[in-house]
Design a binder for this molecule. Structure first.
Ligand code: SAM
Length: 217
């Protein structure tokens, strides 16, 4: 998607993707992925997800990257926390202890930025991107994260032709995108209930979410 699309979504507060609570799959499957350590976590296309505080509360240094300055500011303001803001190019950095949100374009990150990262949390990042950008996203992610990094990936799949985002990403596509460079463990696929907020909003039946654990080889 063009940057303008996302800036407009945030300006108009059209952010139906924002959960406002900790994601259930993160809650249930992070401990297995991360163990008891306090490894650095990268959260691509992070929005203002509460999940970031949850990870921080579990002693992980967290680096999120987010295009929208509105999202970055809201993230701290809505939780009553303060961040030191370091304006710069290509990122303005919002820093709170060892939690940093970098405001700018994911595709501007370089390996040095993520050298302390051992874990990645991808909820609504891959599926926010149209098919033409997903390959580019995975290629770039693979370039910037260290070998051995473990990823918790949550995807969404549905049959109907609806206009994304979120876009449907099948389990086969996950294999195609990550199969070469990652060990892939499919943890679960869960059919969304009819009254699930997303299914309800889009009038979808049979949409499903899947959770994967990926390890960069
Ligand atoms: C569907 S939202 C998901 C946000 C978050 N992961 C969550 O679970 O609430 C996608 C987010 O990615 C941001 N975004 C889109 N393209 C981006 C890019 N190239 N670099 C950084 N952030 C981007 C958007 O502004 C938006 O907040």
């Amino acid at each position: 998607m063009e940057h303008e699309f996302w800036h407009e979504r945030w300006a108009k507060k059209e952010i139906g993707f924002h959960e406002g609570t900790v994601n259930q799959y993160l809650h249930d499957h992070w401990p297995d992925l991360a163990g008891k350590g306090s490894d650095g976590v990268f959260v691509p296309l992070c929005g203002k997800a509460r999940d970031i505080w949850w990870l921080h509360d579990r002693c992980h240094p967290v680096l999120g990257v987010e295009l929208s300055e509105i999202a970055c500011k809201d993230f701290f303001e809505e939780s009553g926390e303060k961040a030191k803001v370091h304006p710069g190019e290509p990122f303005t950095r919002f820093v709170h202890d060892d939690l940093e949100i970098w405001c700018g374009d994911f595709f501007q990150l370089v390996p040095d930025d993520l050298k302390h990262v051992r874990l990645v949390y991808d909820r609504a990042a891959l599926i926010a991107l149209p098919p033409s950008m997903r390959q580019k996203y995975v290629e770039h992610l693979t370039t910037i994260i260290p070998d051995g990094t473990r990823i918790l990936l949550i995807t969404l799949d549905y049959d109907t032709e609806i206009k994304g985002p979120p876009f449907n990403v099948s389990n086969d596509e996950v294999q195609e995108l990550y199969g070469l460079d990652y060990d892939i463990e499919h943890i679960l696929t869960n059919t969304l209930a009819k009254d699930h907020p997303f299914a309800k909003r889009r009038g979808l039946e049979g949409a499903s979410e899947s959770v994967f654990r990926l390890t960069k080889l």
